[in-house]
Design a protein around this ligand. Structure first.
Ligand code: NAD
Length: 702
């Protein structure tokens, strides 16, 4: 006869719900019927004792969760690996549990990590195999499991929990002897579900339904051919019977109020993990060390790093931290990132590099791979951001040229690095792959008060705020013009419909626009207005539809096409005013990018979008400010090709569009939510007329 298995339990004399550290406890503080809880525990322990050896510990007063011994730690042979609870409320339990195990001859092992580890609650052996299933994501950190795999020398397979109601692995996962499993699939992320499926054939795993899962059916003690659970539905009972198990129901509803059932109340003292208990596969834990410097706390960078890593299924441990002691001093942190696969680690590392981290252990050159097929990058290529980027080449850090978003980094002549679009890649180009040997320099955003435009980006601007914002923009434009800088305007046709056309034309005449970017619609409606006084058929002076006005833009288009283009139309005196007229007569470069909704198009409209992107990129080169008004399409296009450091002002009536355009993690971008007609009117008056002009005041206060 097989020796009886042994379990460790703790009397629930002080059990109760006294705080809230999981969703089950919410609303249950003080609600436990202590006498009933005691009866339920007695009944469970008597069922357990009938089938297995039971070691009892007396609890300490004031620690209501000690009855949940599965969270005390993990036992392996004569070693007790103590828990490091995530929540302060349970920290004092550790001392009592370790005392008990020490007194009973166990060697106490502490994992060499500050990260949380909640014992058998998140670490379940597959009976008879050198394999530990390791839950993480809610309570236990991935780091803890990484060390556990070294300590135990068994395969540790991480499973990520994604539903806070199933905060420990043993609440939703119950491995059985003979390579079988009972589990609740929805508690896990997709990768973990796939890992489970790859390990257990479909007929060896049983998925419980939500009702059973929420009654903690999986939180069962399996011993001596019995399955001791709080609840089991008919399907589960039938499956267990087929597999040769007797289902024993031990209702422990009072313990469910705290988020625990039968398994939580018992810690296994002996495990059979096959002989020899040795790791058979490579470690499932992938890690790297990164360093990050800057205003880490007040800028929120550290939080973003931690949050992103967790969202991606990894986790981060701060190994070293040196705070800046004065407001103007940087902090420095060294972080160990652990992930459950090399793909996860790569994704996390790339994002951390975008946030300004550098791979600490990586003083090697960036890894490059050659392009094989024109326009196709090697699989693991590094994708650029808008921020200045250095690449380590030949032992030196080299700043990448042509910084822009969504490009690759190509090492040219072994000494220079350039951002290059996928489509421009040529065979043999050496493309940087992975995040090693790459450093990104995002701005430090610690000084909230220093950004003169900070006030704009938050929310819908009131008229007063628009007025203030316009005068700030005007000041900057004046300063840029005075120093011979470059201002580029990106605009959509709605600026013509809202009466902004004459104001933009005025700004061009006054020398405040050095280049114009837009689409066919901007030019078509501007020319319609110049020729017919209408925009989309509406008489802009009188605000009413003009007879036959709906055809005006087509007639205007036709006239320009007849001339051979906008420039020709100006030369032939067919086009005599408006934005495009001012551009031609003041020699202001412009590029019109085509789109699927274009009429005509105008001869100048670039219907080849690669060519249009190329012209746009050439025009914005060297810009000091880009004023993006009422065109989501063209503004987003421009934003993607503009490096950090260029002042971007986004004006749109839609807060969502402004947020999208202005929120690029760069201090230089700002958004103004307002009508473009009003904005250009105020800007024009601010820049081209004296402020005391009463009409300007009227316009502002209307
Ligand atoms: P878009 O949707 O990209 O951008 C329009 C933006 O204007 C939106 O973000 C919207 O919120 C904003 N907006 C609307 N009313 C506003 C107001 N009063 N003040 C401030 N912002 C306001 O569209 P788009 O850039 O106008 O056009 C997309 C493409 O379609 C362009 O390439 C354009 O040239 C083309 N188009 C062609 C024609 C034509 O050929 N006849 C006409 C219109 C557009």
């Amino acid at each position: 006869m097989a020796p009886r298995e042994r379990f460790f339990v703790c009397h629930p004399s002080f059990y109760g719900v006294e705080y809230v550290i999981n969703p089950w406890m919410e609303g249950n503080v003080g609600s436990v019927d202590a006498a009933l809880a005691l009866r339920q525990w007695d009944e469970f322990v008597s069922q357990l004792s009938a089938r297995a050896g039971v070691e009892l510990m007396e609890p300490a007063a004031g620690l209501p969760d000690m009855a949940f011994t599965a969270n005390a730690g993990l036992v392996d042979g004569n070693r007790f690996i103590a828990s490091r609870f995530r929540f302060m409320e349970r920290h004092p339990e550790v001392r009592h549990f370790t005392d008990w195990f020490r007194k009973h001859g166990y060697r106490i092992v502490e994992l060499p990590t500050q990260s949380s580890f909640e014992g058998e609650g998140d670490a379940l052996f597959q009976p008879g195999q050198p394999l530990l299933w390791a839950g993480y994501g809610v309570r236990t950190a991935l780091q803890a499991h990484r060390y556990l795999s070294d300590v135990l020398d068994v395969d540790v397979l991480p499973l990520r929990l994604i539903d806070p109601r199933f905060y420990h692995l043993d609440t939703c996962f119950c491995p059985l002897p003979d390579g079988r499993l009972i589990y609740y699939a929805d508690a896990f992320d997709a990768d973990s579900r796939a890992l489970i499926a790859s390990h257990f054939a479909a007929d060896r795993r049983h998925v419980v339904d939500a009702t059973e899962a929420l009654s903690f059916a999986c939180n069962a003690v399996v011993t001596g051919g019995s399955f001791l659970t709080n609840f089991a539905g008919d399907g589960l009972r039938a499956r267990l019977a087929t597999w040769g198990y007797e289902t024993v129901t031990c209702p422990v509803g009072e313990f469910l109020r705290a988020g625990g059932a039968t398994k939580c109340l018992a810690l296994r003292l002996d495990h059979d993990h096959g002989t020899p208990a040795r790791r058979t596969t490579e470690s499932r834990f992938f890690e790297c060390v990164v360093e990050v410097r800057g205003h880490l706390l007040d800028s929120g960078v550290l939080n973003r790093i931690l949050d992103f890593s967790e969202e991606q299924g990894g986790s981060v441990e701060v190994e070293n931290f040196q705070p800046g002691f004065r407001h103007d001093q940087d902090s420095w942190a060294q972080l160990r990132v652990v992930a459950p696969s090399s793909d996860h680690l790569d994704a996390i590392r790339k994002r951390l590099i975008e946030l300004g981290a550098s791979v600490a252990s990586d003083e090697a050159d960036a890894h490059t791979e050659a392009v094989v097929r024109r326009g196709v990058a090697p699989e693991g290529f590094y994708a650029t951001t808008i921020f200045p980027t250095d690449v380590r080449v030949g032992g030196r850090w080299v700043r990448a040229g042509g910084q822009r978003m969504d490009a690759t980094l190509v090492v040219d002549d072994a000494t220079e690095v350039h951002c290059r679009l996928l489509r421009d890649l040529q065979p043999k180009d050496r493309v940087v792959c992975g995040g090693g040997g790459v450093r990104v320099h995002p701005p430090s955003t610690s000084d909230g008060g220093a950004d003169p435009f900070g006030f704009m980006s938050a929310s819908v601007s009131s008229e007063r705020r628009v007025e203030v914002a316009v005068s700030r923009v005007a000041e900057e434009m004046r300063a840029i013009r005075a120093r011979g800088g470059k201002i580029v305007v990106v605009a959509g046709p709605v600026l013509i419909h809202t009466g902004g056309g004459p104001h933009l034309a005025s700004l061009i005449r006054a020398g405040y626009v050095d280049a114009l970017l837009g689409g066919n619609g901007l030019a078509v409606h501007d020319i319609e207005h110049a020729m017919f006084g209408t925009s989309l058929g509406i008489d802009l002076e009188r605000g009413i539809p003009a007879p036959g006005g709906h055809q005006h833009h087509l007639r205007a288009l036709n006239r320009i096409r007849a001339c051979g283009g906008i420039r020709e139309a100006v030369r032939k005196d067919v086009l005599r005013g408006g934005i495009m007229y001012e551009c031609v007569t003041h020699d202001i470069p412009f590029a019109l990018a085509g789109s699927i909704r274009d009429d005509g198009p105008l001869p100048e409209t670039l219907m080849d979008l690669t060519e249009a992107q190329h012209d746009y990129a050439a025009i914005i080169e060297g810009a000091d400010m880009i004023l993006m008004v009422a065109s989501m399409l063209h503004s987003i296009g421009v934003g993607n090709m503009t490096p950090a450091g260029v002042r971007l002002i986004c004006v749109d009536i839609s807060p969502a569009v402004v947020t999208k355009l202005a929120d690029r993690g760069s201090l230089e971008s700002a958004g103004i939510v307002t009508d473009v007609g009003l904005f250009l009117n105020l800007l024009d008056r601010s820049l081209t007329e004296r402020r005391e002009d009463p009409t300007w005041r009227r316009a502002v206060h209307q």
